[in-house]
Ligand binder design. Structure first.
Ligand SMILES: [Zn+2]
Length: 89
């Protein structure tokens, strides 16, 4: 069973890259040990896809946000290094 990482709910700004929904995309389903969970509605927004993988996929210049169906914006971040994307990749 993958670890569930709860995204930090943030307010979006113009410099952010926003992805999602829908979570049914194959892109958000993988075989890693981490799933991402929306902090607004507790829904899994990825299944077996880690924050690290999303970071690597989207290469966001700033923050990478996931816009959930519940209208919450969750920051896709690296565990242990909030806001420090350079430690992430
Ligand atoms: Zn949500």
């Amino acid at each position: 069973m993958p670890v569930q990482t709860r995204l930090k709910q943030v307010r979006p700004s113009a410099d952010d890259m926003v992805i999602g929904p829908p979570p049914e995309l194959p892109l958000f389903q993988g075989l890693e040990d981490e799933s991402l969970v929306c902090s607004g509605c507790d829904q899994e927004i990825t299944s077996g896809v880690s924050a690290l993988t999303l970071q690597a996929l989207f290469q966001a210049p700033g923050r990478l946000l996931f816009h959930c169906n519940c209208d919450a914006y969750g920051e896709v971040d690296c565990p242990g290094s909030p806001g420090l994307l350079t430690n992430c990749l």
